[in-house]
Design a protein around this ligand. Structure first.
Ligand SMILES: C[C@](O)(CO)[C@H](O)COP(=O)(O)OP(=O)(O)OC[C@H]1O[C@@H](n2ccc(N)nc2=O)[C@H](O)[C@@H]1O
Ligand SMILES: Nc1ncnc2c1ncn2[C@@H]1O[C@H](COP(=O)(O)OP(=O)(O)OP(=O)(O)O)[C@@H](O)[C@H]1O
Length: 312
């Protein structure tokens, strides 16, 4: 995440929260609480939502959303169902007083129901912003625990860069990975609900592991990363919408080193040798598919929120 601006008085903050891709995703087991044990490798990419927070003293929590480039069919709630307001009100109820309020402005670029973790990144940003503008003084551990309650993907966004994530996704191990792997993301009109895709899946008898993809990522050998991509959820998502299979065919024809669905879909992405190849492919994909196309690259860990909490 990038902190763009801290207000002079510490009562406002601007934050850019990135999208994530799952370069590896495997199901390890089904838990008693209805969640799955997973092993996933996630990387943040240079596709950002912008969030602006300004503290109020009257207990009102208000969210305005401007959707930029997201398809019109996606409507994002601006009430307590939005993970931004849910995260802030939860922190206020537990650690603050009822007169704490905030005006939040969200410029949304990351498509939702896409497997790109857009809402989860927003939630992580909101938790850190609340801690900052309301001067709650919460520790990284307290914030991690609040994040995991909001959603399995949320704690990852405190780290960013590339991480191995286990448990239900909330146990994070940061990896030292160079930035700049060139990516094209395609988001079809049809979205997929995370809960619905998990509801369709079954756990394999012999799960794969992420060793190979992690090794190649850390070496910066993008072509080998492409060869080792894996997402167990893809076969189940494919049975739910023809959009995934169509994108697979399109990426087969593009000159990329590997491609697959991200998370629970419906976004699909390819890895390219360099940014020029990615931009060329993005133009072709825009013409050939009805999908929204983004050319971007993977991020390193610079400018994460954790630094703000630890120094703030
Ligand atoms: C598919 C991924 O995006 C991959 O990174 C994540 O596993 C999903 O994480 P998320 O969107 O934060 O999901 P949550 O909000 O925690 O859970 C939504 C629903 O997905 C299912 N779910 C989620 C995570 C997990 N490890 N096992 C599950 O079975 C549960 O039915 C849950 O009710
Ligand atoms: N801040 C937010 N931004 C986008 N969607 C939100 C937000 N808060 C709540 N939502 C709701 O969350 C749902 C999808 O969220 P999100 O975009 O994280 O899913 P996803 O793309 O499947 O990501 P993930 O990889 O975490 O599963 C939508 O139903 C949307 O209405």
């Amino acid at each position: 995440m990038k902190i763009r601006h801290l207000g002079q008085d510490g009562r406002s903050i601007r934050i850019a929260t990135p999208a994530k891709l799952n370069l590896f995703f495997e199901l390890l087991g089904k838990r008693g609480d209805g969640f799955h044990e997973v092993e996933t490798v996630m990387s943040t990419v240079s596709l950002f939502d912008d969030l602006q927070f300004s503290a109020r003293d009257d207990g009102l929590l208000r969210l305005s959303i401007f959707q930029e480039g997201c398809t019109a069919t996606e409507s994002i709630p601006d009430d307590d169902r939005n993970l931004i307001l849910k995260s802030m009100s939860r922190l206020r109820d537990r650690h603050g007083s009822k007169d704490l309020g905030c005006d939040v402005f969200l410029r949304k670029r990351i498509p939702s129901a896409a497997g790109l973790g857009g809402a989860s990144g927003n939630a992580a940003g909101a938790l850190l912003a609340a801690n900052w503008i309301w001067k709650l003084g919460l520790t990284p551990e307290q914030l991690d625990s609040a994040a995991a309650e909001i959603g399995s993907d949320v704690p990852f966004f405190f780290h960013g860069g590339s991480c191995l994530c286990t448990g239900r996704g909330e146990v994070i191990e940061s990896k030292n990975v160079p930035s700049g792997m060139a990516i094209v993301i395609a988001k079809p009109d049809t979205g997929l609900s995370t809960a619905a895709v998990y509801g369709k899946c079954s756990v394999p008898h012999q799960p794969k592991n992420s060793d190979a993809v992690l090794r190649e990522l850390q070496m910066g050998r993008w072509n080998r990363v492409g060869e080792n991509l894996f997402n167990r959820l893809e076969e189940f998502a494919m049975s739910m919408t023809p959009a995934i299979g169509k994108l697979k065919d399109t990426f087969d024809r593009l000159d990329c080193v590997g491609h697959q669905m991200s998370g629970s879909g419906s976004s699909y992405f390819g890895i390219f040798r360099n940014a020029a190849d990615a931009h060329r492919a993005a133009k072709i994909a825009t013409l050939e598919t009805g999908s929204t196309i983004f050319a971007c690259s993977t991020l390193g860990q610079e400018g994460t929120f954790r630094a703000l909490v630890e120094t703030g």
